[in-house]
Design a protein around this ligand. Structure first.
Ligand code: ATP
Ligand code: NCN
Length: 224
């Protein structure tokens, strides 16, 4: 299903007169919610991005695999959530990789798939951006693509913009700060709500909500 929206490999056979800009929205997406979608759309619009590639994590080094929902479920929920936006695509690049999955490897792999003149943006929310220097080969990663640090409720806007400015001095001007619509939504809160039989409606697309209950992902088969 939806194979037409999987990754960007098809682009290798086309000639682009104008350089392509793609944005990578990496995440555990357990589950994907409107905070992710609103952020990705804000970045797409702000930087005139042709394609936003959602990349569900495979086996991220910072999370216990037993505590994360199966990658195929997270992938399918991401497909469902993005299907109404023609600029949104989903990639299996990380869930098919064996071993730990690191962003630096994902960016390198994507550079091999897309035309050489493609500009790659990587989207992070404030929490992820604050941790970025702990990521594998962070210095190389920060110079190998354009980073967008998006605001997120619970994280100081000023602190984030100052951090972007400071890292920008060290790693060049391809780091951006972007204010996005503030949605106080998190995957962990959604999981907790399902466990406690509280509503998740309007926090995420209905198709994803239905998938969660149908597959009893967080312990329940229906909302009461
Ligand atoms: N509401 C939000 N607004 C802006 N960015 C967000 C929001 N939720 C998540 N993000 C960003 O999306 C990316 C993927 O996030 P992730 O899949 O871990 O979701 P999460 O809601 O943070 O999950 P959890 O609550 O389990 O930690 C990260 O860069 C994160 O900062
Ligand atoms: O490459 C790394 O070392 C690394 C360490 C932590 C997080 N990341 C990436 O950051 C993105 C957001 O992660 P998370 O845990 O907030 O869903 C996701 O694409 C992860 O693969 C990457």
């Amino acid at each position: 299903m939806h194979t037409y929206r999987e990754s960007g490999a098809a682009y290798t056979s086309f000639y682009f007169s104008k350089p392509l800009k793609i944005a990578v929205m990496g995440g555990t997406f357990d589950p994907i919610h409107y905070g992710h979608l609103v952020t990705a759309e804000a970045v797409r619009h702000q930087y005139d991005i042709g394609q936003v590639l959602f990349v569900p994590t495979g086996h991220p080094p910072h999370k216990k695999q037993s505590e994360v929902t199966h990658p195929e479920d997270r992938y399918l929920m991401t497909m469902l959530a993005t299907e109404t936006n023609p600029a949104f695509y989903v990639s299996r690049i990380e869930i098919e990789r064996t071993g730990f999955t690191y962003t630096v490897d994902t960016i390198e792999e994507l550079k091999g798939i897309y035309p050489a003149n493609t500009e790659i943006f990587f989207i992070t929310g404030a929490d992820a951006f604050h941790e970025i220097l702990t990521w594998k080969n962070a210095e190389h990663l920060l110079s190998s693509c354009t980073f967008v640090a998006a605001t997120r409720p619970g994280y100081h806007r000023k602190e984030l913009s100052e951090r972007v400015e400071k890292l920008g001095k060290d790693f060049g001007d391809h780091l951006h700060f972007l204010e996005v619509p503030a949605l106080s939504i998190s995957s962990s809160d959604i999981r907790q709500r399902v466990r406690e039989d509280r509503p998740i409606k309007y926090l995420l697309p209905e198709s994803v909500e239905n998938y969660i209950y149908k597959h009893a992902l967080y312990g329940r088969t229906s909302a009461t």
